[in-house]
Design a protein around this ligand. Structure first.
Ligand SMILES: [Zn+2]
Length: 99
């Protein structure tokens, strides 16, 4: 019998993946956030599936957070790329759909 080892295993807990919203700087559940990705081709686009290759950044489904992240250039800095106005517009549209 090795009770010490069993105790260590019991302490392990699975954690849900948390991602940082660039707008409000709060860590949230990945599924509550929208992913923006800079593709290997250098394009910035929305990632609805969360599976696109490239450097990703996360934002709440909240226009306030988006505006804050864009205005403060946090999003640009995070993706090391400028964010096309068109992408911002599409993000806003997407966020409007969320109740
Ligand atoms: Zn946020």
């Amino acid at each position: 019998m090795n009770n010490e080892k069993e105790g260590l295993l019991m302490d392990r807990k699975k954690k849900t993946p948390l991602r940082l919203c660039l707008g409000c700087r709060v860590h949230k559940d990945k599924k509550d956030l929208i992913r923006v990705v800079r593709t290997p081709e250098g394009e910035v686009e929305l990632d609805a599936t969360g599976r696109k290759a490239g450097r990703g950044a996360y934002i709440c489904s909240d226009v306030t957070c988006l505006k804050r992240a864009v205005k403060g250039k946090v999003l640009e800095k995070s993706l090391k790329n400028s964010i096309p106005q068109e992408v911002v517009a599409r993000l806003v549209e997407k966020m409007k759909d969320v109740p």
